[in-house]
Ligand binder design. Structure first.
Ligand SMILES: *[C@@H]1O[C@H](CO)[C@@H](O)[C@H](O)[C@H]1NC(C)=O
Ligand SMILES: *[C@@H]1O[C@H](CO)[C@@H](O)[C@H](O)[C@H]1NC(C)=O
Length: 180
């Protein structure tokens, strides 16, 4: 009788301890969550000899962002300022797919690959629907690596400069992130 009482007391103690450990580590992790905000400028050449964007599949010539099914690959420099001579800190590498039949939405699947001293080698993974012809688009940040492990957040994108003669545009990206 005494033995079984001791056993069950021990078991209860172990269970309570496990719950306590689990709860405290969860609470510690949540309190460690940091918020980072940053504004970066995508320098996009959508044509010309130095294009940073290339169509992969398209069914009309010339290709168009508006055509359902168009997939294009991008490798855009990302600078800290609107000026393309400002410091480049990352590149936006990935694909966009025109995913709405009427051409209004593009599906964004890109990595922001950092090369500056502070975040070198870290990445942010951006994925989601962008209402590509609206003034301000919002996309989700679904993860990250390095300094941005387990990042969650969102980014707003706004075209702040467009020069059709140079096939050049600048997109302002405001990133709001929570990460460890
Ligand atoms: C393309 O890049 C080269 C090398 O950086 C540069 O000399 C040239 O002016 C650029 N051309 C255009 C149209 O931007
Ligand atoms: C993005 O951030 C810049 C700089 O803080 C600000 O001027 C701009 O209004 C923001 N854009 C959006 C769409 O929130």
């Amino acid at each position: 009788m005494a033995t079984s009482f001791t056993k069950s007391t021990k078991l209860t103690f172990i269970i309570i301890s496990l719950v306590a450990i689990f709860t405290s580590s969860k609470a510690d992790q949540l309190s460690e969550l940091k918020q980072t905000s940053m504004t970066l400028y995508f320098q996009v050449y959508f044509g010309g000899p130095n294009a940073t964007m290339k169509p992969i599949t398209f069914s009309a010539d010339p290709w168009s962002f508006k055509q359902f099914g168009t997939i294009f690959c991008t490798d855009d420099p990302m600078n800290v300022g609107i000026d393309q001579d400002s410091a480049q800190v990352a590149r936006a590498q990935g694909i966009y797919v025109t995913s709405a039949l009427d051409g209004s939405n593009t599906h964004v699947l890109i990595s922001i690959v950092f090369s500056n001293e502070e975040f070198d080698g870290s990445t942010l993974e951006v994925q989601g629907t962008s209402k590509q012809f609206e003034r301000v688009r919002e996309v989700a940040v679904v993860g990250g690596t390095g300094r941005f492990q387990l990042a969650r957040g969102y980014a707003t994108l706004e075209t702040v400069h467009l020069d059709l003669s140079l096939s050049y545009s600048i997109i302002e990206g405001n990133f709001t992130l929570w990460h460890y």
